[in-house]
Design a protein around this ligand. Structure first.
Ligand code: ATP
Length: 343
């Protein structure tokens, strides 16, 4: 699967002694819930997005194949998938921009696209290449967008709100340059500013950090977390694992149109009950520990244990040279690789 691991940073640091290879044993680590309980960052419950067997075909291609998404109020939901896996098509169906071939999509409790007139004013969206009038400034674009909306604000309120959202996304409200001079990252920020104009209950963002440099990615990440803390539910599609790992409370993984994994991130990354040990005396350690050793690969062992320090003390006492020892945790890359590899 072509999910990229950069450029947000290295994600959660690997625990000391964690094997570098994702080829960890699947069995002893435990069952991966495919569909755990829906619950947001602060425990509020209620489906903000719900789909049932949502499907989109383009001729013979099932771009989206019978997916059941659940996004709870208060979630930051990371919708992961390689290029071409169907993320944008799903997002477009959620926003009523593309008609499903079959299945149901509910947003804020209402069916889409039928309820789009009541639903969309409560949703801020950023989908593929935000459009803007190239000869106008960012500020003028947002002013025009608001004035042409179904519920335009009063002129003073609008002026203030435009300045506020531009500052929120890191654009200078006094910048008069036309948007044709904007970099890709600035366009992306402007698209996000447009999505924020109406103080939406729900943000649906397709690859929101596309084109941003690492600092820009961090700024947008901070902004999304701040909005989430203020009560906004965030649904974002991404092919960047670290971005999702650092930002999201809940994760869904699309693979060739199928939803192969959906669960809370803390559940997916829960402790494994294993300790990773690196030692040049792997044979001796294995014979001392017996059936507690669940996996050996060269100088690396995975041992069933909750007590890394105790295990270290025991091995050293038995004259095993321990190079590294620590609790073994999987990162999202492992979890996703396993889900995608399942038949
Ligand atoms: P990316 O990250 O590259 O944007 P994605 O996960 O968003 O990919 P989609 O854009 O939803 O994927 O595309 C899913 C599949 O559907 C792809 O194979 C794509 O070529 C195909 N597809 C998308 N839109 C159409 C269309 N209008 N007509 C025919 N095929 C389409």
């Amino acid at each position: 699967m072509n999910l990229r691991s950069g450029p947000v940073g290295s994600g959660a640091p690997a625990s000391p002694g964690a094997p570098a290879s994702p080829a960890a044993p699947v069995g002893p680590i435990g069952h991966l819930g495919r569909d755990g309980p829906v619950g947001g960052r602060d425990g509020r419950v209620g489906a903000v997005i719900r789909t049932r067997a949502l499907t989109k075909r383009f001729g013979p291609l099932r771009a989206v194949d019978a997916i059941d998404l659940k996004v709870a109020e208060g979630d930051v939901y990371g919708f992961l998938g390689a290029n071409g896996s169907g993320k944008t098509t799903t997002v477009r169906m959620l926003l009523g921009l593309v008609l499903p071939t079959s299945g149901v999509a509910e947003v804020l409790g209402e069916s889409m696209p039928a309820a789009r007139r009541t639903v969309l004013p409560q949703v801020g969206a950023l989908v593929e290449g935000p459009g803007a009038y190239p000869h106008l400034s960012g500020r003028a674009n947002l002013t025009l967008l608001d004035a042409s909306g179904a519920r335009p604000s009063r002129a003073t309120n609008r002026r203030n709100r435009v300045a506020e959202v531009l500052a929120q996304v890191g654009l200078d409200p006094s910048d008069r340059r036309p948007t044709r001079t904007y970099s890709l990252g600035m366009r992306q920020r402007l698209g996000l500013a447009a999505a924020l104009m109406r103080r939406p209950r729900l943000l649906i963002l397709d690859e929101p950090t596309n084109g941003l440099d690492p600092q820009g990615i961090q700024e947008i990440r901070r902004l999304l977390l701040e909005l989430n803390r203020g009560g906004t539910t965030v649904f974002l599609s991404s092919h960047l694992l670290p971005e999702v790992e650092q930002l999201c409370t809940r994760v869904g993984v699309l693979d060739r149109g199928r939803l192969v994994l959906q669960d809370r991130l803390d559940v997916l990354l829960r402790p494994t009950g294993l300790v990773a040990v690196r030692t040049p005396d792997a044979g001796l350690a294995t014979s001392l520990l017996g059936p507690a050793v669940v996996h050996v690969e060269d100088d690396r062992l995975l041992v069933r244990s909750e007590d890394a320090a105790g295990l270290n003390g025991y091995l050293v006492g038995e004259r095993v040279r321990v190079v590294e020892v620590g609790p073994y945790r999987r990162d999202l890359e492992h979890v996703v690789a396993e889900a995608v590899a399942r038949p």
